[in-house]
Design a binder for this molecule. Structure first.
Ligand code: SF4
Length: 286
């Protein structure tokens, strides 16, 4: 059996930066440190941070001295109120998410009605929306588009597929006189999806590693299923079932942006223990 690991599997730039910031803060400080919500959608990483003394909080608390804002970012109002609070604020918002927030504000200031492509319930989108002005709208796809003003500015949740943006543009240019678009889709997500799709064509089964509540991990699972390959979503090596590998010659592994390398390594070790495995180096299939 051969194992192939997608080159871009695991932590993306923004998640690695945020997790490093949280662990560094825990190391350097004797003060009470917390993250505003789980730092990433991975329970194993959140647990490790708890052990290091950094707990996730659901809201602002007076029992905390240092508060870390996670990669998804927060609303403009919350950011301002935290800056005024008596605590040290560490902003681990991914710079790409910050960019989407800045573009939303820029479009608003230039008088455009801001249209955000994304999931309105996702914290990243709630944050972007807070910079976009009162008449901003969020749409999940092209079918959702309401009647719009004559000047529309578009920004996109960083994890959206580029095809969704193309469909939205197709729709909007039919009715709107002026459209300005900032493509704020993060390359890391697009690359991961592309690599994963290519990998599904070469393997017998796919393992998608990541938190059960991680949106980008679920997106990978859906993609693999749509490609017709037998696919399993696992959080850790404990989820693996030996029978999955019966008669399997090639296993593909991909992972969401919030999956740490050590979980992927554990999974590889456990698969190797199942049988005769020729391990192919990371990225060979991409
Ligand atoms: S997926 Fe992209 S936008 Fe999201 S945290 Fe990672 S690098 Fe940032």
């Amino acid at each position: 059996m051969e194992i192939y690991i997608a080159k871009g599997a695991g932590f993306c730039f923004g998640v690695k930066r945020a997790v490093d910031m949280a662990f560094r803060t825990a190391e350097r400080s004797v003060k009470r440190v917390a993250t505003l919500g789980p730092i990433i959608h991975n329970p194993q990483v959140v647990e490790k941070l708890c052990q290091a003394g950094v707990k996730p909080l659901e809201g602002v608390s007076e029992d905390v001295d240092i508060l870390i804002v996670r990669t998804h970012g927060i609303t403009a109002e919350l950011y301002e109120s935290l800056r005024e609070a008596k605590l040290e604020l560490i902003d681990a918002t991914c710079p790409f998410v910050k960019k989407a927030q800045r573009y939303a504000k820029l479009l608003r200031d230039e008088g455009y009605q801001v249209l955000i492509l994304g999931d309105k319930d996702h914290p990243e989108v709630r944050g972007i929306l807070s910079y976009a002005g009162e008449n901003a709208v969020v749409v999940r796809d092209a079918e959702d588009v309401p009647s719009l003003n004559s000047r529309v500015g578009i920004v996109v949740q960083t994890t959206q597929p580029v095809e969704a943006l193309k469909r939205l543009l197709d729709r909007v240019i039919q009715t709107v006189k002026e459209v300005k678009v900032y493509n704020t889709i993060c390359n890391s997500t697009a690359l991961r999806l592309k690599e994963t799709e290519a990998m599904t064509k070469r393997v017998d089964i796919m393992l998608v590693v990541g938190g059960r509540n991680s949106a980008n991990t679920k997106q990978l699972v859906t993609l693999c299923n749509d490609c017709g390959v037998r696919t399993y979503h696992v959080e850790t090596a404990d989820d693996l079932v030996a029978e999955w590998f019966d008669g399997v010659k090639k296993v593909g592994i991909t992972a969401g942006a919030s999956t740490p390398d050590w979980i992927i390594s554990d999974i590889v070790k456990k698969i190797k223990a199942v049988g005769d495995v020729a391990f192919s180096s990371k990225g060979r299939e991409s």
